[in-house]
Write a protein that binds this ligand. Structure first.
Ligand code: KIV
Ligand code: ZN
Length: 400
């Protein structure tokens, strides 16, 4: 077998599948509660953006969640719709009841596999978990062709046991095998090696899609997801704005732009229309009430803002000096020059032109620039109205 880590293997043509769990794991963000209408609105936008699978909720969790998953399944076309469920018959029944009318329904069943979870949470032996997992995948399969199995806490599971359980659920009919880093414990090298180990040690692994689901407890969810992809994962689970339990899940926009900025190298395709990213981020932020931090990669208000003079000069001459992707590529109209004490004359002159001050002499611009610099020392950001005041002040002093 080829070494999956070899560059040539990485460059094998592959089509990524994006599994969005904003409506399920994203809703597990403390304080977030989406009603049916809000879930439908977000699901519609996710389809517009081109996601492959929408996990609409956890049908058995509450009557409201059941109704929301059902409404998404019945009304949203263009993506597979999944409901999460424990590896328990009554959960699976409820999940199926919620997704059965979807254009492409999926049952997503899970059970924990790590020693810690077996001992303290499930109080089950490995053998019992193994049998339950296989039996519940087979049970789901009676309802639905598309069955995803997740080995919760996979990254802290004994690899031999993980290989064994994956083999059994494949035999039972799973179509997707998901490897979650449930507690965000892994590092990219470890997580990449785990996926490589699965590819090398599990029989019939090529019959299913390997999926990954990374949490961000160490701030490594996106890095781990990309490392998994480099080692053969084809389904990437993520949320818009990185929402999710505790420190959140891998952020969709970061994964996609991470892939896109080196797409030719990877030889990977996906269905995401990146120009919908900004709009989707805004929608999710406003409906969940969770603000996007200003320095958040890709969608933060500062992600395409330049403040220092050296950077502004570079970007005004040629954007690629300090921008690895264009604002337009994520659906943002333009980048932003922030005028502060570190800004230089190029950006200041550019802003004057944008504001319509096109006929100032070199001397007038120089004077205005000096005033701007001393004001910038006292203010965090110099706004357009401050610049107007500087110019008007100068104009009022011009003798009649
Ligand atoms: O983090 C996790 O392990 C999960 C699974 C249930 C997929 O959300
Ligand atoms: Zn999760």
């Amino acid at each position: 077998m080829t070494d999956p880590c070899a560059w040539e293997d990485l460059r094998m043509s592959r089509r990524l599948k994006i599994f969005d769990t904003t409506l399920r794991d994203g809703e597990q963000t403390p304080g977030v509660n989406l009603n049916i209408q809000e879930k439908l609105e977000i699901a519609g936008q996710l389809v517009r953006m081109g996601v492959d699978v929408i996990e609409a909720g956890f049908a058995i969790a509450s009557p409201g969640d059941f109704e929301a998953v059902k409404a998404v399944s019945e009304n949203i076309k263009g993506a597979a719709i999944a409901s999460l469920c424990r590896a328990v018959e009554k959960d699976i029944d409820r999940a199926w009841e919620a997704v059965c009318k979807a254009e492409r329904p999926r049952i997503h069943t899970f059970i924990a596999t790590s020693d810690i979870h077996l001992k303290y949470k499930l109080k089950m032996s490995e053998q019992e978990v193994l049998e339950r997992a296989a039996a519940m995948v087979a049970y789901s399969k009676k309802y639905c062709e598309d069955v995803e199995f997740s080995a919760e806490d996979a990254s802290r599971t004994r690899p031999d046991f993980l290989y064994k359980i994956i083999e059994e659920v494949i035999k039972a009919g799973a179509t997707v095998v998901n490897i979650p880093d449930t507690v965000g414990y892994s590092t990219p090298a470890e997580f990449g090696a785990l996926i490589r180990g699965i590819r090398n040690n599990v029989s019939n692994i090529d019959k299913v899609d390997i999926s990954v689901h990374c949490h961000n407890d160490l701030g490594l969810a996106v890095a781990n997801t990309l490392a998994a992809m480099e080692n053969g994962a084809v389904q990437l689970e993520c949320t818009v704005n990185g929402l999710g339990e505790r420190a959140g899940n891998a952020s969709m926009e970061e994964i996609i732009m991470g892939v896109n900025t080196r797409k030719d190298f990877y030889n990977i395709t996906h269905k995401i229309d990146t120009t919908q990213i900004y709009r989707t981020s805004k929608l999710v932020s406003s409906l969940t009430g969770v603000a996007v931090q200003p320095n958040k990669a890709i969608v933060g208000v500062n992600a395409f803002a330049h403040e220092s003079g050296i950077h502004q000069h570079g970007v005004l001459a040629e954007k690629t000096t300090y921008e690895i992707m264009t604002p337009e590529s994520i659906g943002l109209a333009q980048n932003r020059m922030v005028l502060g004490k570190l800004s230089g004359r190029h950006a200041f002159e550019e802003r004057l032109k944008e504001m319509g001050y096109c006929s100032l002499s070199t001397e007038e611009i120089q004077k205005a620039f000096e005033k701007f610099k001393s004001l910038a020392d006292k203010k965090k950001v110099v706004l357009d109205r401050d610049i107007e005041a500087l110019i008007e002040e100068k104009a009022s002093k011009i003798p009649e």
